[in-house]
Design a binder for this molecule. Structure first.
Ligand code: CTP
Ligand code: MG
Length: 237
């Protein structure tokens, strides 16, 4: 069960507003990506971290990781990413050495995921699940709408029963061959797939849920950075 973590970090972070690529922006004085790499390396199971960097930032990311110590047991690779998250993850999976049999896929934009959540995902895959997602119940009620043009009123189509819905996080964990097949068989323009488990579902392979964690939230908009800084400050206190 040699385990690797692929970290897609090649996004621009458009919703966070102007600035450096999101993964390279600071959180408590350290780039978000470094927090994410450390969060994966904190799991004793993870022996290799593959960072998928902005194509023009490969050298910068390598230097960055070199200056922030990882545990002795953890190797890392940096590969250039693609135009979509799906493409970036596919490039990371394509760079995995042959001896890896379990793969975590973890967003650089979820820098604060606790190690217990990472371990729970790894354990579920090692126990035989082909695909595992950490997930939490929703606080908000969710409506399906008929998306309209900007400024237009959108009619509500349906209200799915909230108790049956889960918000999914990363790291998502996979049997390596299952994940590779999902990426090989997915439509090449992957805007449709916002997570990897969704691609595995399309193969007809079962995906199981383990409990997620509030601190595994994704840094997407400016307010998320405020929350992330506060969580970090509380941990350091
Ligand atoms: N990602 C990637 N390659 C892309 C797009 C996204 O590796 N072409 C990564 C991001 O770096 C991030 C993760 O996928 O770690 C989740 O994506 P998201 O939160 O949407 O990040 P961005 O795409 O950077 O943000 P935005 O959509 O606001 O531009
Ligand atoms: Mg995005």
């Amino acid at each position: 069960f040699r385990t690797a973590a692929v970290i897609p970090a090649a996004g621009r972070g458009v919703r966070l507003g102007p600035g450096a690529p999101k993964a390279l922006r600071g959180l408590g004085g350290t780039p978000m990506l470094i927090h994410a790499v450390r969060a994966m390396a904190a799991s004793r199971a993870v022996r290799l971290v593959v960072v998928v960097a902005p194509p023009e930032g490969v050298t910068e990311v390598k230097n960055l990781i070199d200056t922030h110590a990882l545990p002795e047991r953890t190797d890392y690779l940096v590969v250039p990413g693609g135009a979509t998250r799906q493409e970036s993850v596919g490039l990371g999976v394509g760079a995995l050495p042959d001896d890896i049999s379990v793969v975590l896929v973890h967003d650089a934009a979820r820098p604060l995921v606790p190690v217990d959540t990472v371990d729970a995902v790894v354990e579920a895959v090692r126990d035989g699940a082909l695909a595992v997602v950490p997930a939490l119940p929703l606080a908000d009620t969710v409506k399906e709408v008929e998306p309209g043009a900007k400024g237009e009123q959108e009619p509500v189509v349906a209200t799915p029963e909230r108790a049956r819905l889960r918000a999914v996080q990363t790291p998502q964990g996979f049997d390596r061959d299952t994940l590779a097949r999902a990426h090989a068989e997915a439509a090449p323009d992957g805007e449709g797939a916002t997570d990897d488990a969704g691609m595995v579902e399309r193969l007809g392979v079962p995906v199981v849920v383990v409990p997620g964690h509030e601190e595994a939230f994704k840094v997407t908009r400016p307010l998320d950075l405020v929350l992330a800084e506060a969580v970090l400050a509380r941990r350091r206190a």
